[in-house]
Design a protein around this ligand. Structure first.
Ligand SMILES: Nc1ncnc2c1ncn2[C@@H]1O[C@H](COP(=O)(O)OP(=O)(O)OP(=O)(O)O)[C@@H](O)[C@H]1O
Ligand SMILES: O=P(O)(O)OC[C@H]1O[C@H](OP(=O)(O)OP(=O)(O)O)[C@H](O)[C@@H]1O
Ligand SMILES: [Mg+2]
Length: 285
């Protein structure tokens, strides 16, 4: 039987969320992380545990058919590769930063500077587009320390909370790109494996929709029902059921996580009571 060969990061920031996503879409992996390759018990999939940075080449060579990878790495090392789905985790930016006390505060100030980075292709492309000439120092880790040890005048690296920049006395002056984990696909994938990937993609979409939504139940006095319903979107429209107590209804609906907090005060003010907000595991529209 044909299996889809999917790469995930062996260890690091993407590993846990990637494995959880596979679990949430109903794929049970037989073996642990100690092995570099594992099969699923209940789905035609083989998981390859690889370095994030090596995955673009494996995709290009068609050694793996698909991968969960940081979009930033795909841009840096796989400009020619496609991704089929954003996955909503490992969100970060790739930014240029300089020491806090540096006079540089905008792009043109980077002219002639030494910039340390692990993302040379991304930086080169960006600087070329901006017509800026700088001297790149390629290093593989601890990039933020480079200005402090006199290796560079600025850096280009991943920024998430900004605490690494802060701890190293750096300020962000330009965001080159925003990134998150993505599901990428090899252009050499066979039709048969593409069909398996489509099933995975469908399941992922259902899980991601569920993660960003909440199931809301509330009780409403019938005379306030109309104004309460106006506040509530639903997959089609909210469900309204009579309560055992005369004059009251139970309203059920699905809304996005953030939208709930925006309308909660208004719901209460309009007379909604007993409001329950529940997680949704999967959602198929
Ligand atoms: N601080 C962060 N916050 C959010 N996402 C991040 C952060 N740092 C890295 N990432 C994302 O996670 C990916 C993996 O980062 P990680 O540091 O685990 O691996 P790596 O050292 O870049 O890769 P490799 O697997 O090749 O060793 C990055 O490419 C980026 O997309
Ligand atoms: O803005 P922050 O929330 O501080 O995150 C940014 C830091 O996170 C990553 O490093 P990581 O911890 O993955 O270490 P690494 O350099 O060993 O990959 C990245 O390379 C930055 O240094
Ligand atoms: Mg890292």
């Amino acid at each position: 039987m044909t299996n889809l060969r999917i790469a995930v990061q062996k260890s690091g920031r993407l590993n846990e969320d990637s494995m959880n996503l596979l679990k949430d879409i109903g794929i049970s992996i037989d073996n642990g992380i100690d092995q570099l390759k594992a099969s699923a018990r209940n789905f035609p999939v083989e998981v390859f545990y690889l370095r994030n940075g090596d995955i673009p080449q494996y995709l290009r060579d068609g050694v793996v058919d698909a991968a969960i990878i940081g979009e930033n790495v795909l841009i840096e090392k796989g400009g020619d590769l496609e991704f089929v789905e954003r996955l909503g985790f490992s969100k970060c930016k790739v930014s240029i930063a300089v020491p806090k006390e540096s006079n540089a505060s905008c792009l043109k100030d980077l002219n002639g500077m030494r910039i340390a980075t692990s993302y040379p292709e991304t930086v080169k492309k960006f600087l070329k587009e901006q017509n800026i000439t700088a001297d790149l120092h390629i290093i593989n880790g601890s990039v933020e320390i480079a200005p402090n040890i006199g290796l560079a005048d600025g850096i280009c690296d991943i920024v998430s909370s900004g605490s690494t920049l802060f701890k190293n006395g750096l300020k962000e002056i330009e965001v080159l790109l925003k990134s998150e984990a993505v599901l990428a696909m090899s252009s050499k994938i066979s039709d048969e494996r593409r069909a398996i990937l489509k099933t995975i993609q469908f399941r992922i979409q259902a899980v991601l929709k569920g993660r960003e939504s909440k199931y809301v139940l509330l009780n409403a006095p019938n005379d306030k029902l109309e104004s309460i319903l106006k506040l509530l979107p639903g997959m089609r429209s909210p469900t309204v059921l009579p309560l055992a107590e005369e004059g009251w209804s139970s309203v059920h609906t699905v809304i996005t996580k953030n939208a709930f907090w925006e309308i909660i005060d208004e719901l209460k003010a309009k007379g909604a009571e007993g409001i329950l907000v529940c997680p949704i595991e999967k959602m198929v529209l």
